[in-house]
Design a protein around this ligand. Structure first.
Ligand code: AMP
Length: 410
């Protein structure tokens, strides 16, 4: 089945086409980016057989830009299909599914209404996801679309892990821990089990998704039993430009001082904090590491804080497990930073966790970087969220209830 996957974000969109001939390798992948140049959108598409298409569109209209991106599937140098009808289904990453969705679902008007209702809980993500769905509905009319939720994998958190210690009424209002990056945590957990050649149902894992957004998950027997992100993707680890957990008393203090509105605070906590806020330089860990090495004091502080935050949350995840078979690193930082692997693992030597000094180099292969005698395995795994979405899309379509045949005319 040929499946188009759309991962629509607030400042960039990614898309990939999976066809039976190419297996888990996308036959076509593309990227739209609004963040590089004000007033312009950069478009890039590549095919698995080495063709590419690049363009720069002068538009602020996200609908036009997404249409142009999708049309590169059948027009221009990166075309791979004859036309829209070659696509059997579209899978969309949807960040927040609330309590409504524990699995991927075929999109209906009701599903769209729920995604819209959840926009206040993921304002940077759900509106963009919904926009992607609506554009694809017009462009590929009649082709089934599936929503694959980033929250679904965490929907079985034990209630003690999911509930905030505010008034019980919060829980009744849906204020609870949802957790995010679930598509990635689930994919890398299964991949780690495959590399260990053991059933996932027998394993205790901590998965570390460390990209621009960062979260950890404690996975027992294939079930997410704890995770660092919460009601929104702001909680937990220090991130590129997000604060992660801060004392809520700070927010009250700032509001009482009266100089900041809720919108200002949202901007500060989501865009002006984390590595960027502390260093004053960048949200990119590569810049922070380079500048810390060059002696930039605030970059050094940002790096020390990032490592401290990662270690203390890793410790918290361990407390929710019955043991530890493996730690998994993934996403931009997790797949590429030997410094972070070493810093994150150092405190756990007393558990018998030891890294292999010969494996501490960047590499495109998924692999085990623990020493042969380590009591815990440590994997670096390249997350494949788009492939996981394509698979979830196929499962949702296979499980959808059959449409009853129309009653025969009497
Ligand atoms: P993602 O959100 O998964 O695309 O990750 C993007 C982030 O990964 C960037 O902002 C960088 O902070 C980080 N990153 C990518 N490559 C490296 C690297 N070689 N060393 C450290 N951090 C990296």
């Amino acid at each position: 089945m040929t499946i188009l996957v759309i991962n629509a974000g607030s400042s960039s969109h990614k898309a990939a086409l999976f066809s039976p001939d190419w297996g888990s390798r996308p036959q076509w992948r593309s990227h739209l980016d609004w963040s590089r140049e004000p007033g312009w959108v950069h478009l890039a598409a590549q095919t698995a057989d080495g063709r590419s298409h690049r363009d720069r569109l002068q538009t602020q209209d996200p609908t036009l830009a997404l249409r142009a991106l999708i049309e590169t599937l059948w027009q221009g140098p990166a075309a791979v299909v004859e036309g829209p009808t070659a696509i059997a289904a579209v899978g969309h990453r949807v960040v927040h599914g609330g309590t409504a969705y524990q699995h991927s679902v075929v999109i209906t008007p009701d599903v769209k209404a729920t995604i819209r209702d959840l926009c206040p809980l993921a304002p940077a993500h759900n509106p963009a996801n919904l926009h992607g769905i609506e554009v694809l509905e017009t462009l590929l009319s009649g082709i089934p679309q599936v929503a694959v939720f980033d929250t679904a994998f965490h929907s079985h958190l034990p209630r003690a892990a999911a509930t905030y210690a505010g008034p019980y009424d919060w829980l009744l209002q849906g204020i609870r821990r949802y957790g995010f990056h679930g598509i990635s945590h689930q994919y890398v957990a299964q991949r780690a089990a495959d590399l260990l050649q053991k059933p996932l149902s027998t394993l205790n894992l901590v998965t570390c998704h460390l990209g621009n957004g960062c979260s950890l998950a404690a996975i027992r027997g294939g079930v997410s039993v704890d995770t660092t992100m919460g009601f929104t993707p702001l909680e937990g680890l220090m991130m590129g430009s997000r604060s992660g957990s801060v004392d809520p008393g700070i927010v009250l203090h700032l509001l009482r001082q009266g100089n900041l509105t809720a919108t200002d605070l949202d901007r500060v906590l989501n865009q002006g904090s984390g590595l960027r806020g502390i260093s004053g330089l960048s949200n990119d860990l590569r810049t922070i590491i380079d500048q810390a090495e060059a002696g930039h004091d605030r970059a050094q502080l940002a790096l020390e804080m990032f490592i401290h935050s990662l270690r203390r949350h890793l410790g918290a995840m361990l407390a929710s497990l019955d043991g530890l078979d493996a730690v998994v690193f993934t996403a931009g930082i997790g797949e590429n930073s030997p410094l972070i692997w070493q810093a994150a693992c150092e405190p756990w030597q007393w558990l018998g966790l030891r890294l292999d000094p010969t494996q501490l180099e960047r590499c495109d292969r998924d692999r085990d970087i623990a020493a042969p005698d380590s009591a815990v395995r440590v994997f670096v795994i390249h997350t494949q969220e788009e492939w996981a979405i394509a698979q979830a899309c196929q499962t949702a379509l296979a499980n959808r209830p059959a449409v009853p045949a129309p009653a025969a005319e009497p």
